[in-house]
Design a protein around this ligand. Sequence first.
Ligand code: AMP
Length: 425
Amino acid sequence: MSKKLKFQSPTGMHDILLEEQKYFQKIYEVCEDIANFYQFQKIETPILEETELFSRGIGFSTDIVGKQMFTLRTKGGDYLTLRPEFTASIVRAYIEHGMFNLPQPVKLWYFGPCFRYEHPQAGRFRQFWQFGFEVLGEESPVIDTQVIQIFYNILREIRLKKLIIEINSIGDNQCRPYYKKLLVSYFRSREMALCADCRRRLRENPLRILDCKEEKCQRIISQAPQMIDHLCESCHSHFKEVLEFLDEIGLPYHLNPYLVRGLDYYTKTVFEIYEESPEGRALGALAGGGRYDALTKLLGGKDTPGCGGAGGIERIINLMKTRQLRLKKEREPEIFLAQLGNLGKRKSLRLLEDFRKAKIQIAESFGRDSLKAQLARADKLGVKHTLILGQQEALEGTIIVRDMASGKQETIKIEKVVREMKRRI
Ligand code: AMP
């Protein structure tokens, strides 16, 4: 006997059904509006990229590259990886299409799914959606502030309140190596008190220890040397200016000296945005990003500064639901088109197109034949008028207009019906 088949979506990956689509749509519209205002161009990149793009770009010793990539080998023997984030792909596209020849900076935005082999839990999935904004070819700190402002504005437009920006500078290739040494010597003398993961990080990527959430590590981290005290002159003045610009536009931020983020390409400014509430904190950062001045060169392009960030769509939707943020109601049809008989059905099909061209929302149920069933459907939809096109009307070139509240019916010429209904609704 054959076994009954029962398929489910893969672990940590979800269908996006009607209810969710409305939230996705809302976030997309807000992003698009903001992108238009700040003059960002939309970009789409392939979901798969050469594995090395990510391992080089994001960093060999990061969790994303070490543990979380979905990698496959093609029949031709190439290694491709489902994108775990967008920035490396955007920089690849910038280099590949010679965008350094365009007037700088080049401002790009995107919206799409990412993939990370994570342990699924609240706010953490294996397939999740991000929107993001990237600015390439400009090193001024005003860009860092503008990028942060864009993410803040998007979250505010979605009507999330109590937002807080966490910000730090993690220096650059000039000052970070020295700070790393300080950090290693500090943690090495306390190695036995660290969790197993942090002991490994101490050898592979000591900065990431600062990100550990284990309580015993947290106690040690709170006394650790801070990057901000060891920035070189240029990183220091860059960061100071970013903060001054943030003050100028009145955005609420909190200096977090231990914010490092999970990707190796960052230099100077890094930021995350949270909702300042126990649920918001538990959910994690809604958006995050920073400057990546060394990435374009690392990926084979010219030395080009960059700055950007990404927002996590599922996390934002989760909070929108918790806060019961209402979405704009969709335009509902006010008219229903009922048909009877073969000729009636044929003419109705044509008439529906006339309404579409006139941009009038109209519902139908062409699969049904009984008038009673169609009127019941019209009732359920709560339309104000039902048009009835039967065999006789089709022959005479007329149509019945029924007022659903009073039940009153009148017959009019079919060629006048679109104009007439436009007048009535
Ligand atoms: P990142 O690329 O890690 O800086 O992440 C940017 C944003 O994407 C985060 O602030 C989250 O909102 C979201 N995000 C990252 N990883 C996940 C995940 N596994 N599931 C859901 N959202 C995520």
